[in-house]
Ligand binder design. Structure first.
Ligand SMILES: [Zn+2]
Ligand SMILES: [Zn+2]
Length: 469
């Protein structure tokens, strides 16, 4: 079975040019000069997809999602089936989610349980990071084996004391281990001990509405933790990847470390580029609860967003992921109606990343190739999936998106595909639309129809980070 994608403009991380893409089975066989003899010959016997006036881009790689994540007494509202389907609708063809180990739990058992939730339930290919929520000798000893098996990144938490929190000594031990095996340490960098003090004081004063979630999670706590993580990683000689960076002061820390040549990387998420504390987290009544996520949305008047876009241009921010972690308003976000500390943390956005970051191209914040680099190529390289993912070249998986850069539409809970009773992006008009999606050579979205199924997605054993110096 061969497919020829004809008439489009192929966009890579380095440029854009008219080209035809020949897909043979699950992989890309050739990228051809339009009208050339080989291109004409390739058309014989192939199914032709007309990409006239469309961009042809490598499928999106979202390296930070939380399908069916337990949070307190509830679970994030997308499971692997609904969440990966929504991802596909939005032009994302690979996700990396997390298996979570907590204090006293066995890493292997946690991974096995998590894999059982994902295998056979995913519309697109997926990998796993391991959350080490309980750093002890047993969990540290499992890390080498996990790297060998393709789980090459480990998330640690400087926040959430009493739950997933690791202290500095534990972090250093995990980093020393990663230094030996090539694992990438992913850090939730917020000073959770200090945050909890302010959160308790706010609650005692009766400041219990959603906006207080943002007030107590101060930017200083993110920049301090980012600084500390960088210093620990230097001592531990481990590569470091800061997740969901939202404060410009934290970005400064990353930029300084990178200027000195450290293996320090960072991602941000669409919500931090478009939403802010006053306008969104501060919505009246309880509506701000939809925007409770950690790290939090930052105050507009502090101009974090301009700095984040700048970071995306300079590569101090190398990746855009979503931190997709949806909770419905009804019965989920509502758990915190009397106390912001009980609002499940997370925003659903796996479907909107490609479109929202494409708006940055339209607004002149980033170039067209940089869009592909931030959303697809770099995430694949960062997480050891390149060139199987993140690129349109011979031999790569045929994960391809046909994208209409001129179609204007409005995001709404009424047209999204996430299992979510509201949309943080409600009413936002975007120009740019996913028309057709191929996952490993199979058309899974076309002409506003979903053609995929939950048994198609395969588990990805990953190599180590491909950026290490
Ligand atoms: Zn986090
Ligand atoms: Zn997360």
């Amino acid at each position: 079975m061969t497919i020829l994608i004809k008439g489009g403009t192929v966009v890579s991380s380095t440029g854009a040019a008219p080209a035809e893409v020949l897909v043979d089975g699950e992989t890309i066989a050739a990228v051809l000069q339009p009208g050339s003899d080989v291109a004409v010959a390739a058309e014989q016997g192939a199914q032709v997809l007309n990409a006239e006036n469309l961009l042809v881009v490598p499928g999106g790689v979202d390296v930070h999602t939380h399908m069916a994540l337990p949070f307190g007494d509830t679970v994030s509202s997308d499971d692997f089936e609904s969440g990966t389907r929504a991802a596909a609708w939005g032009g994302t063809t690979t996700i990396i989610d997390f298996a979570t180990q907590s204090y006293g739990e066995n890493v292997r058992q946690c991974l096995e349980d998590r894999m059982a939730e994902a295998v056979g339930e995913s519309a697109i290919d997926f990998g796993m990071h391991m959350i080490i929520g309980g750093v002890d000798n047993e969990s540290l000893n499992e890390m080498d084996g996990l790297v060998d098996e393709g789980i090459t990144s480990f998330k640690l938490f400087m926040a959430y004391p009493g739950r997933l929190y690791a202290d500095d000594g534990q972090i250093l031990r995990a980093m020393q281990k990663a230094s030996g095996n090539g694992g990438l340490i992913m850090m939730h960098a917020e000073n959770g001990i200090a945050i909890d003090v302010l959160a308790e004081q706010a609650a005692e004063r009766g400041d219990t509405s959603p906006i207080n979630h943002g007030y107590v999670r101060r930017a200083e706590f993110e920049s301090e933790a980012t600084h500390r993580a960088i210093q620990l990683a230097k001592v531990g000689a481990a590569p470091l990847y800061i997740v969901h960076l939202s404060a410009k002061e934290a970005l400064e820390q990353v930029a300084m470390a990178r200027d000195k040549g450290g293996n320090v990387f960072a991602e941000t998420c669409p919500q931090y580029l478009y939403f802010d504390l006053e306008t969104h987290l501060g919505k009246p009544e309880f509506d701000g609860a939809a925007y409770v996520c950690s790290t939090p949305l930052r105050p507009r008047h502090e101009h974090h967003q301009d700095e984040l876009w700048k970071g995306l241009r300079t590569n101090d921010l190398a990746v855009v992921s979503t931190d997709h972690c949806p909770f419905c308003m009804k019965e989920q976000k509502e758990l915190g109606v009397n106390d912001f500390r009980d609002i499940p943390n997370g925003i659903g956005g796996v479907e909107h990343r490609m479109d929202m970051i494409f708006q940055g191209v339209r607004q002149g914040e980033i170039s067209l190739p940089r869009w592909v680099e931030l959303c697809s190529t770099t995430p694949a390289r960062m997480m050891g999936l390149y060139p199987r993912k993140g690129t349109i070249q011979p031999g790569a998986d045929a994960d391809i998106v046909l994208y209409d850069p001129n179609k204007t539409w409005t995001i709404s809970k009424d047209n999204h595909h996430m299992n979510l009773d509201h949309s943080a992006y409600e009413g936002i008009e975007v120009t740019g639309h996913v028309e057709t999606v191929l996952s490993r050579g199979r058309v899974i979205v076309d002409d506003n129809q979903y053609l995929g199924n939950k048994s198609h997605g395969q588990y990805l054993r990953r190599g180590t980070c491909q950026y290490l110096m």
